[in-house]
Write a protein that binds this ligand. Sequence first.
Ligand code: ZN
Length: 155
Amino acid sequence: MRCPFCGNVDTQVKDSRPAEDHVAIRRRRFCPACAGRFTTYERVQLRDLVVIKSTGRREDFDRDKLERSIRIALQKRPVEPERMDQMISGIVRRLESMGETDIPSKAIGEIVMESLARIDTVAYVRFASVYKNFQAADDFDRFIDELRPASKTEA
Ligand SMILES: [Zn+2]
């Protein structure tokens, strides 16, 4: 696993343990080149999902992008990181069990809004207000950029 700080590919696993009630394995990693520490998660992927944008463009589903957008919406909200991880895993499981590998980006946005509405109203409003303005373009990268100014600093 490449070090996110210096790009060195020769990093070491320091510790592995179950996380999220055994849905994931959490690995703490160390980079001998820059002494950087980071964490990776290993999860079951039932199928390879493809996101279909409103333009018709296809893109591999990226859990990290989904997580970034949710993390930004939940910034400074009283929601435990563990709870957020469980919510994201729940969203991914729902997507995986939809019976289709091709999923419209609109459907993903709606599931995220539903899930956020159940755990934090403020985060839901943040996400929904950006999402609603965004349906024409629906590019997740731009979406994340749009979300960001509402919550100044990175968590
Ligand atoms: Zn490094």
